[in-house]
Design a protein around this ligand. Structure first.
Ligand SMILES: Cc1cc2nc3c(=O)[nH]c(=O)nc-3n(C[C@H](O)[C@H](O)[C@H](O)COP(=O)(O)O)c2cc1C
Length: 179
């Protein structure tokens, strides 16, 4: 029997976080074990309990709460792949610079396997030279990207910044797991 794959999903505070529920649901249905870590800000947009219900596992948000002795490392040890969807401009900046001021960004540093980022933001934010610089740095670091796509954005503008659709992210995860 094929070994069950473990996926670590990071959720940051973009409005597209609601679409990550669909992604998580697809992964669980496909037989993966899925653990979700959210930023504190993301927990204002989608309730951790939603991901808890979809995965059947507790959702981690805080570094210094909960019973785990080393919450900033343990989830990274067991995962085959780490996907952050949506990935905010803030997260891209922190990951590109090696900053670790919350549980999710610390886990990114503690994880040594393949990382897939699905950025989502307003088109002006995406085009900002500093954001593009961070994306280039992360690509150089070996991080994989899916999207963002062009189209209608939640802010009402048209442009590049839409998070890739859950189906597309799911396919990319499958491809990376086969490598
Ligand atoms: C309703 C709402 C939607 C937001 N959507 C995005 C977004 O899609 N992308 C982004 O980079 N920031 C977005 N922001 C701003 C981020 O939430 C903000 O930069 C925050 O500091 C990111 O925190 P995090 O990266 O720790 O989750 C949004 C803010 C609000 C209030």
């Amino acid at each position: 029997m094929e070994e069950k794959r473990e996926i670590l999903i990071g959720v940051t505070a973009g409005i597209a976080a609601y679409k990550t529920c669909d992604l998580v649901s697809r992964l669980v249905k496909s037989g993966c074990g899925v653990s979700v870590v959210m930023t504190q800000n993301a927990s204002n947009l989608v309730a951790p309990r939603t991901f808890q219900a979809l995965t059947g596992r507790p959702v981690s948000v805080q570094m210094f709460q909960g019973g785990d002795a080393i919450p900033h490392i343990e989830p990274a040890r067991n995962a085959d792949l780490f996907c952050v969807a949506p990935a905010t401009a803030n997260f891209l900046g922190k990951a590109a610079c090696g900053l670790a001021d919350d549980l999710l960004s610390t886990l990114y540093l503690a994880f040594s396997g393949p990382v897939l980022l699905a950025p989502a933001m307003n088109c002006q934010m995406w085009e900002k030279p500093s954001v593009q610089r961070n994306v280039r740095q992360l690509m150089e670091d070996g991080v994989h990207f899916v999207g963002p796509e062009s189209g209608h954005l939640a802010c009402g503008e048209q442009g590049t910044g839409r998070m890739a659709e859950p189906e597309q992210i799911f396919k990319r995860i499958q491809e990376l797991l086969l490598r």
